[in-house]
Ligand binder design. Structure first.
Ligand code: KDG
Length: 314
């Protein structure tokens, strides 16, 4: 059984080439993209085993997703196959600063959104050391919301750790709805990951990443809270707050960098505790910027080399 189990929707991301508006793009690159599966892939590449639960349609599009995850070593044996329906898709126009990314979702009523939580193999979820979820899943549908809260309950029952990345998506739900739904879920997680912007949505005060981490730790029961903010992060644990500066990056593609950060964090946390978790998180998150697509193709050797600062070929 894998160390980590995650549940979520994965889409096909159709990206216009950098610098080309969607309106004008003559071709679109296809990438497999989903916050939770990005984490599962990065974990497997780093050497922590991971399984991903979702619902797909048995078409070339669904098979493209599952085949790619399988190729990275993710356990896809519990993926549910819908007899018909659709795979979610999104269009991405990459914003090179100061221009913002433009995202158009085409995912309503996807096979995953129509998930019946009773169909999930909950024994598989309970068998994990850590269950990873994000705030995207409860935003998809009532069934997905139930699946997310049941996943937390099942993990607690089995004494597995729960890691939750807030990942607020304004195109899926309003801030008020997210706050109402996520509040009770976050009250029961062990590791809470969030950007400073998403933390501000959940709290009314807090300026710096350190203050936000401390406030979130007071507000929710999470043993560890990690807040990322513009190239740095702060973690609150046992009443202490530590922070870490990120790396300067030349960003080829920043989509999925937060998921890479989460994967680095979980990988370090399960092997060596908080210090190592933060070290790996900022490194894997930074390295992700150098790959096109959502996937952080970081191997244990890449990570070691990056952290030691000495290239392998020397
Ligand atoms: O973190 C990147 C993902 O969030 C993105 O590729 C798509 O999962 C996605 C979503 O639901 O927005």
């Amino acid at each position: 059984m894998p160390d980590v189990v995650t549940i979520g929707e994965t889409m096909l991301r159709l990206s216009a080439p950098p610098g080309v508006p969607l309106e004008q793009a003559p071709q679109l690159d296809v990438h497999v993209a989903g916050a939770e599966s990005n984490v599962a892939i990065a974990l497997c590449r780093l050497g922590t085993t991971a399984g991903w639960i979702s619902r797909l349609v048995d078409t070339p599009l669904g098979r493209r997703i599952v085949n790619e995850l399988r190729a990275h070593g993710v356990d896809v044996s519990r993926v549910l196959w819908a007899p018909d329906g659709r795979v979610g898709v999104y269009f991405l126009e990459q914003g090179i600063p100061p221009r913002q990314h433009r995202i158009i979702y085409d995912r309503a009523q996807s096979a995953m959104a129509l998930l019946n939580p009773d169909d999930i193999d909950w024994e598989f979820v309970r068998s994990a050391r850590l269950v990873h979820l994000t705030g995207i899943t409860p935003a998809l549908s009532a069934g997905c919301r139930t699946a997310a809260s049941r996943a937390i309950a099942e993990a607690r029952r089995a004494k597995a750790l729960v890691c939750f990345d807030v990942n607020y998506r304004a195109k899926l739900w309003s801030a008020d709805e997210a706050k109402t739904v996520l509040g009770p879920l976050l009250a029961d997680v062990d590791i809470l990951l969030t950007t400073a912007d998403d933390a501000r949505l959940l709290l009314s005060g807090g300026e710096t990443a350190e203050q936000l981490a401390a406030l979130l730790a007071q507000r929710f029961r999470a043993k560890t809270v990690v807040v990322t903010d513009a190239g740095r992060c702060a973690a609150a644990q046992n009443g202490q707050v530590v922070s870490k500066k990120g790396y300067e990056v030349e960003s080829l593609d920043r989509v999925g960098a937060g998921d890479a950060f989460a994967a680095g964090f979980i990988h370090g946390y399960l092997t060596d505790g908080l210090d190592r978790a933060l070290e790996y998180a900022v490194a894997v998150g930074a390295l992700k910027h150098t790959y096109r697509g959502d996937v952080a193709w970081v191997s244990p050797e890449d990570l070691k080399e990056f952290l030691s600062g000495s290239p392998r070929w020397r």
